[in-house]
Design a binder for this molecule. Structure first.
Ligand code: GN1
Ligand code: MG
Length: 335
């Protein structure tokens, strides 16, 4: 990515004399905390290779933000939602003080809080008219299209890594039909279309540091129409694992049935907004989204790490194996 000057970009949003530090969370965009005379904010450079219509994405986000009082966008000096120049596409959010996010769930109570948070967030999203939303990344959770990308990556073997990962490739192929089940139902119209977040990993939920109460989901880039199962799936993937998604030591990676049950109870029990089909696929959603991540990480590994930010050459393979381990445990424990 081309270098850019955080201070001069901050000026476009009306901030002089700032100090800043990079926040390394996230695999796609670059994020900085900026401290200014008017308070603290988050400045982000959007990865426009992935979000190819960032202006439309920002319109989506601003529609969602109407429902989230704690989060807002700072406008540029000329009143726009973003600043764009030859160095990139930028936006600024307020920084929510005294908030905390987690990389791992550490108790069933916390897992239940996550389930409740998602339930309440979905309730809020259901007030948004989905037809006004642009589809930020078409086919984002479409397993058929993810398998096409995977098959192509295996065929091309662009960086000569396929031989090394024949076991992982075999795993993907063996699981193909089952993994496509939710996409297949969604395409057939058997699952209701809702406004969904599509990146509901644990670290995208903010809680109040003092009271522990849920504040909001952040990272609204992929809010678009989908099935709630995409979101429950990512919540299960990240909230029921005893380790982070790039933990190398697979002995530390376990699927917690206790967390899963707590989450399921909090999200599903008495939830009248869910159909019977959605309820019956709650566990399957966790397997499916964990699988799609494994598939995407492996595809990126085969393509030579062109999509996700990596810190070392085997990073995407480590992520793949980590997600596969979770699926193996789910298969033993909840199916
Ligand atoms: C990416 O950039 P980040 O970390 O918010 C990815 C998600 C994955 C996630 C895995 C647009 O999100 O789909 O779940 O990595 N976002 C995009 O950690 O591809
Ligand atoms: Mg994201």
């Amino acid at each position: 990515m081309a270098a850019f000057d955080v201070e001069s970009i901050a000026k476009e949003f009306g901030f002089d004399d700032i100090s800043f530090s990079e926040i390394s969370a996230g695999h796609i965009n670059a994020t900085y905390r900026i401290d200014t005379g008017k308070g603290s904010f988050l400045l982000q450079r959007v990865n426009t290779a992935i979000f190819t219509e960032p202006g439309k994405m920002m319109e989506n986000i601003s529609l969602v933000l109407e429902k989230i009082p704690s989060l807002f966008l700072v406008r540029t000096n000329d009143g726009r939602l973003y600043h764009e120049d030859e160095s990139g596409f930028y936006r600024v959010y307020n920084f929510i003080r005294n908030s905390i996010s987690y990389d791992k769930v550490t108790s069933p109570e916390m897992a239940a809080k996550m389930g409740e948070a998602l339930r309440s967030f979905h309730g809020m999203l259901s007030e948004i008219d989905g037809s006004r939303l642009y589809e930020t990344i078409p086919h984002f959770h479409d397993m058929f299209s993810r398998f096409e990308q995977f098959d192509e990556a295996v065929r091309n073997d662009r960086v000569g890594r396929a031989g090394k990962v024949s076991e992982e490739i075999g795993f993907m192929n063996r699981n193909r039909e089952r993994a496509e089940r939710i996409s297949s139902l969604y395409a057939s119209g058997a699952l209701p279309v809702h406004v969904t977040h599509n990146d509901t990993k644990l670290s995208n939920v903010l809680f109040d540091r003092t009271t522990g109460r849920y504040i909001t989901f952040i990272d609204l880039d992929t809010v678009m129409p989908g099935t709630v199962l995409f979101d429950t799936g990512d919540m299960i993937r990240t909230g029921c694992s005893t380790a982070e998604e790039d933990e190398k030591d697979l002995d530390k990676v376990h699927f917690s049935v206790d967390y899963f049950k707590a989450m399921e109870n909090a999200y599903v029990s008495g939830n009248e907004n869910l159909t019977e089909t959605e309820k019956s696929l709650f566990a399957e959603s966790g397997r499916t989204i964990t699988f799609i991540m494994a598939l995407r990480f492996l595809t990126d590994y085969l393509n030579g790490d062109t999509y996700y930010r990596v810190d070392y050459s085997e990073h995407n393979l480590v992520r793949t194996r980590n997600q596969m381990k979770l699926i193996e445990e789910m298969d033993k424990l909840i199916f």
